[in-house]
Design a protein around this ligand. Structure first.
Ligand code: MLT
Length: 414
């Protein structure tokens, strides 16, 4: 008899964005005449920039020749891309990272999910609340949580760190000792950021407690304010305690193309039961070689092109386009009387739903009455209740249309 991994039975029925997609498909089927504007999942709408396309075309031609053909590439990524990452994303910011501390992958979602492989099951995990569901669900799957409590909407054995308007969206240090800490800044879903000083508090905590910070920086390209770190490694001491995840998805429109990377400095150590310090870089390398055969050459060439002068310029324009959408949404919602957070250093807009309504009730009302899809805050965790997320990744045309609809919406009467 084959036994299953029963941890999966502890999971909630469906992944948040799948539940939403199902609800929207159902509504759409029953209301085929309605024009639905999707500002739910953070998927980009602008095409891949010309510099990357050109690099891809060139790579396609190259692999069609005998000399240029590529079989299996290095599991960790081609040297040309790892070098470009080190030079542009780290050295240019004064951070010293070596190419063999960078692992190229097919997405930050996969990296954030797979990283749990190298950690012991009895580690205590802390997540911010609300949170990107992947961090929580993958720890539930791998047995680091207890049972789900319907009453509180939380799992046993997981430490939840509230991030709400009451604490200015800055998580407080856990009261108990934790071993793995997930931080995502600019934050998904709240769109808020931490300063270098705020992050230093976490790095110091991790050092004191021999914990690891799993830092998701997928949205760093949207940062515009000073003193907001683009990488946790800009914070002194972080190279001893942090793993960083980065993605080309939201930056360069690779949500469908798939490319990302994870940085594990060789100075980051985990411990055996007997207290021996082990380089996490080595473990991740071993895991990568066993379970992954690398991102395709074509895609890595496209990712490399994001660092060329034309690539950088074109990407900046795309980010500017989404940032303009974020401004339109923020301003429009404020004019419509909503309280709004995020949206400045982030493509996410986090709003307070009207008093007396739950996030899911607001989701249904918004979908049914003005045909706009967003993401209910409670889907990201219990402290997301009473909030709602919209993304700036739509087209400008749809963004303007959505805001017009919201402004003309009599929310109390439909
Ligand atoms: C989101 O909407 O939170 C993101 O698109 C999800 C993801 O990047 O996987």
């Amino acid at each position: 008899m084959s036994k299953i991994n029963e941890n999966f039975l502890n999971l909630q029925d469906s992944y948040l964005f799948s539940t939403i997609a199902k609800k929207v498909a159902e509504y759409s089927k029953n209301n085929p005449d309605k024009e639905i504007i999707k500002l739910g999942i953070g998927d980009v709408t602008k095409p891949i920039v010309p510099a990357c396309l050109e690099a891809m075309h060139k790579a396609v031609d190259e692999i069609g020749t005998q000399e240029g053909f590529k079989g299996y590439g290095p599991e960790q990524g081609y040297e040309f891309l790892r070098n470009a990452i080190v030079e542009n994303d780290y050295k240019a910011r004064g951070v010293d990272i070596e190419p063999d501390e960078v692992f190229v992958s097919d997405g930050a979602k996969c990296d954030c999910g797979n990283i749990v492989d190298i950690f012991a099951q009895d580690n205590k995990v802390a997540i911010t609340d609300p949170v990107y569901p992947v961090y929580l669900d993958t720890n539930v799957m791998s047995g680091r949580s207890g049972k789900y409590n319907e009453q509180t909407g939380t799992y046993e054995n997981i430490v939840y760190l509230p991030v709400t308007a009451e604490n200015d969206f800055k998580p407080a240090l856990p009261k108990e000792k934790v071993d793995m800490i997930y931080l995502c800044f600019p934050n998904n879903p709240t769109g808020t950021v931490l300063t270098k000083e705020d992050l230093k508090v976490w790095v110091d905590y991790a050092k004191e407690n021999d914990s690891i910070i799993l830092y998701d920086a997928a949205y760093e390209a949207f940062i515009e304010e000073e003193n907001i770190p683009h990488s946790i490694f800009e914070v002194e001491g972080a190279k001893d305690v942090a793993i960083e995840f980065k993605s080309y998805s939201k930056t360069a429109g690779f949500t469908g193309t798939r490319c990302a990377y994870v940085v594990i400095p060789k100075t980051v150590k985990g411990y055996t039961k007997s207290g021996e310090a082990i380089e996490l870089n080595k473990l991740w390398n071993r895991r990568t070689c066993t379970k992954f055969n690398g991102v395709s050459y074509i895609v890595q060439r496209a990712a490399e092109a994001t660092y060329t002068p034309e690539g950088k310029k074109q990407i900046k324009e795309n980010i500017g386009y989404y940032k303009e959408n974020a401004k339109i949404i923020k301003k429009g919602l404020e004019e419509a009387g909503f309280t709004v957070y995020g949206a400045v250093n982030s493509p996410y807009i986090w709003l307070k739903v009207p008093e007396g309504m739950t996030s899911w009730e607001f989701f249904d009302k918004l979908l049914e009455e003005v045909n706009i899809v967003g993401t209910p805050g409670s889907g990201f965790g219990p402290h997301g209740e009473g909030y709602f997320r919209l993304t700036a990744f739509g087209t400008k045309e749809n963004t303007l249309k959505a805001i017009e609809r919201i402004k003309n919406w009599n929310i109390n009467n439909g």
